[in-house]
Write a protein that binds this ligand. Structure first.
Ligand code: SAM
Length: 272
């Protein structure tokens, strides 16, 4: 009656394939969550063998997400489109945004149906937040999706979030064009917040190779390539930097470690 399949030993929501790794579940495993399976944990452990700080890297990414959503809320943003949002964890976008402004609207989009399965419970009581299962490589489908349109008014500034996800797209999938399509749909005063694995060290390249083999797609990009996703938008201080350097709450020790340089990102504003 609850949609669960209990025909094997472990509980799992219907429609979830536990024989193939899922990016959302691997990331959950790296963060120390419980919504993952042996196939996912094997990849998390292989990543840990290459970059011992991988758990910290995921936490830097969650930490900048919290700082950046708070920043956008302080700038007056009341609607957020979070693409490749992942499984619910600590400091989810709607919790940070609604702590600042209780009527802030958040649409989570993820291609992995497990995100909807787990998000539903969390969001059952929240009329300003929803989860859409869709592939961000189809911007028109997402931008015109009735559940997106029900919460997001594209005549008002939007916080567009592509956090830890564009590095899962291959070059031949046209990530620049995809990001541009979303940017074009936003009104002036909107923000783009993007983080991305950075090709910043030999260990980063080794991790890229392993993830490409295990997950089948993706590319780590240079700081310049990451900065290019923001082209045409006004840079917000400090620009595109390694994650711990983005408006840190405490001073950051230099030089940064390999893990601290493994992801980069920033925020920029659509000009009038
Ligand atoms: N944004 C969250 C964060 O930064 O904490 C989660 C990042 S997680 C590493 C990447 C997420 O993007 C996964 O949940 C995965 O399912 C999702 N994803 C990957 N490719 C996608 C696509 N083409 N369309 C929608 N979601 C995608």
């Amino acid at each position: 009656a609850d949609g669960a399949d209990r025909s094997d030993d472990g509980w799992r929501p219907v429609g979830i394939d536990i024989s193939t790794p899922s990016i959302a579940r691997v990331y959950d495993a790296v963060l120390g969550g419980k919504d993952n399976y042996p196939v996912d944990r094997a990849i998390a452990e292989a990543s840990l063998a290459i970059v011992a700080e991988i758990g910290d890297v995921a936490r830097y990414n969650r930490a900048i997400l919290g700082r950046a959503v708070r920043f956008m809320a302080e700038q007056g943003i009341r609607q957020f489109l979070d693409l490749g949002s992942g499984l619910p964890t600590v400091q989810n976008t709607h919790q940070v945004a609604q702590a600042h402004s209780p009527e802030a609207r958040v649409v989570y989009v993820d291609k992995d149906p497990i995100v909807l399965a787990h998000g539903r419970a969390l969001l059952a009581e929240n009329e300003y937040t929803t989860v859409v299962t869709a592939d961000l490589r189809e911007p028109a489908d997402i931008l015109n999706h009735p559940d997106v349109r029900a919460l997001i008014d594209f005549d008002q500034p939007v916080g567009l979030m592509l956090v830890g996800v564009v590095h899962h797209l291959n070059d031949d999938e046209g990530p620049e064009r995809i990001v541009e399509e979303y940017k074009a749909a936003l009104p002036a005063g909107s923000f783009l917040f993007l983080t991305h694995f950075c090709a910043s060290s030999p260990d980063a390249l080794a991790l890229e190779k392993a993830l490409l083999t295990d997950l089948g797609s993706g590319r780590f990009r240079t700081l310049e390539e990451i900065a290019a996703y923001f082209d045409g938008f006004e840079s917000i201080d400090p620009g595109v930097v390694f994650l711990p350097q983005w408006r840190p709450e405490e001073p950051v020790q230099e030089p940064l470690t390999v893990g601290q340089r493994l992801m980069a990102g920033g925020i920029a504003r659509k000009p009038t």
